[in-house]
Ligand binder design. Structure first.
Ligand code: NAD
Length: 495
């Protein structure tokens, strides 16, 4: 493994449209500084609406006339395995790019790239399982076939918190289904997506099958939402951006896949292994500096153990190693930019002004060149506080004590979101009952943030629409077509 260090000058990227690397039609470059160091690390073009349109046309032609949707699943699978191998060969490089642009710890970033390789391999294998149905039970006269077809051109809009991993939860499934794509990475963290474009090119993906346009959501993203060339949009981002996708779809009736925000509870019952639970809750709230859509941001804890549990948790939170993302021993790196850090600190400050009590953390830490925030635990939080309602997206956890199982479930569900929940108890029946009652797309029992490419993920309520990963993750990018075949002489309507 090469020793990771800051670059002496920003790495210069180009977009990928119709099989060619290009600066596009604009004149402007966007520069990304490492949020952990303040040093410029990357530059890419600020793509224009015309670039998005050119990419949409390239993807449309590749779908309508190109070889990709017409290959056998086995042939597509072979190419996707090749991509996975290339990602694996460049895992250290990709991990470093991700670390420098997002501020996450280098060891975690490499782990995410390895996780992405696993997802690409799962999707490569699963490509061959995509099948329709035959209905042979409709009587002598009719045989029906249900074909599963790729939906077409998919616009993929991704966020800054897990740029490479989240793309891996979508793009190989899109390709496995036989679709083509235009990818719009977050404007702040586009490097690994642009590097992936180079690897796709090297693997021999036919031109136009994947296009990558960097730039602003309001320009490139919006152009994809509005594009007549695009059949489906997959947005991973805030609920506000999801609403924009829904609004655009009112005009053009695109299919939407939306993976949006969360306000996820950890429910800790009195009978839980409190040491394990404290460790899990600490990990769930602080992983990726709390910038994790499925991370726990509310601690719903039995009142009888609340005080002891909060003390245990605070002790653990203060031991988390927050600091330089390039340091191999760092557990939590920087927040992704200064404005976001100010927003997180503002939530803490307003919470305290409204009566909440800081149990631990509460402010900045580490080098002043980076945007580091202490893991923060807040108790005595008023029921109407924004700390309990809004997705803060930082290492901030708010305590909500409960007196009965019913109250625990009611508190867990008292949110407009429904992305994930973690349940901590030794009582199996209680775990199962709670799991069934909680409205969330992912539930963990005596663990948190586990995942794998076999298991579908997505949100209920305002956390989204549709599912990614698993076999459902391929079906998401397909449509069903039903064909009825008449097998008998026609019984004529007009004789
Ligand atoms: P964001 O909504 O600001 O941006 C996400 C993407 O949408 C970016 O690429 C952005 O450029 C683009 N975008 C913004 N405005 C747009 C517009 N008008 N039209 C089209 N595209 C537009 O979100 P973010 O701040 O990058 O990411 C954090 C959010 O993502 C959090 O809310 C988090 O919960 C959510 N998230 C959800 C999941 C999930 O699986 N549910 C996973 C990761 C992140």
């Amino acid at each position: 493994m090469s020793k990771a260090s800051l670059p002496t000058e920003p790495r210069r990227w180009r977009m990928y449209i119709g099989g060619r690397f290009t600066d596009g039609s604009g004149q402007t470059l966007m520069t990304r500084k490492s949020p952990g160091h303040g040093t410029p690390v990357a530059q890419w073009p600020a793509g224009t609406a015309e670039d998005a349109q050119a990419a949409g046309i390239a993807a449309r032609q590749a779908f309508d006339r190109g070889p990709w949707p017409r290959l056998s699943a086995g042939e597509r699978s072979t190419l996707l395995f090749k991509v996975a191998d290339l990602i694996e060969q460049h895992a250290d490089e990709l991990g470093l790019i991700e670390c420098l642009e997002t501020g996450k710890p280098i060891a975690q970033a490499r782990g995410e790239v390895r996780g992405a390789v696993d997802i690409w391999r799962f999707a490569a294998g699963a490509a061959r399982s995509m099948a329709g149905e035959t209905l042979n039970n409709l009587g002598d006269r009719v045989l029906a076939l249900v074909l599963r077809e790729p939906i077409g051109v998919v616009g993929v809009i991704t966020p800054w918190n897990f740029p490479f991993f989240i793309l891996a939860e979508r793009l190989p499934f899109i390709l496995a289904a036989g679709c083509t794509a235009v990818v719009k990475p977050a404007e702040s963290t586009s490097g690994t997506t642009l590097r992936l474009a180079e690897l796709l090119h090297e693997a021999g993906l036919p031109e136009g099958v994947v296009n990558v346009v960097s730039g602003l959501g309001s320009v490139v993203g919006q152009a994809l939402l509005d594009s007549p060339q695009v059949d489906m949009i997959s947005v991973t981002g805030s609920t506000a951006t999801g609403r924009k996708a829904i609004a655009a779809s009112a005009g053009n009736i695109k299919k939407l896949g939306l993976e949006l925000g969360g306000k996820n509870p950890h429910i800790v019952f009195a009978d839980a292994d409190l040491d394990d639970a404290a460790d899990g809750v600490a990990f769930g709230m602080a992983f990726n500096a709390g910038q994790c859509c499925v991370g726990g941001s509310r601690l719903v804890v039995a009142r009888s153990v609340a005080e002891a549990f909060v003390a245990k948790l605070a002790e653990k939170l203060q031991r988390i190693r927050v600091g330089d993302p390039l340091d191999e021993s760092t557990q939590v790196g920087a927040l992704f930019d200064g404005a976001h850090m100010d927003k997180v600190l503002g939530y803490i400050q307003r919470g305290v002004e409204g009566g909440a009590r800081v149990v631990c953390g509460g402010g900045r830490t580490g080098s002043a060149d980076g945007f580091f925030v202490q893991p923060t635990l807040l108790a005595d939080v008023p029921a109407d506080a924004a700390l309990l309602r809004d997705e803060i997206f930082g290492p901030v956890l708010a305590v909500q004590p409960f007196d009965s199982d019913d109250e625990a479930i009611a508190l867990a569900n008292d949110t407009e979101y429904g992305l994930s929940a973690s349940i901590w108890t030794r009582d199996l029946n209680r775990a199962m009952r709670t799991m069934r009652e909680v409205k969330a797309g992912r539930v963990w029992i005596n663990t948190t943030l586990d995942n794998g490419p076999e298991t579908p993920l997505g949100g209920m309520k305002q956390s989204g629409l549709g599912r990614e990963a698993g076999l459902a993750g391929i079906e998401e990018y397909t449509e069903l077509k039903t064909a009825h075949l008449n097998l008998q002489p026609r019984v004529r309507w007009l004789g």
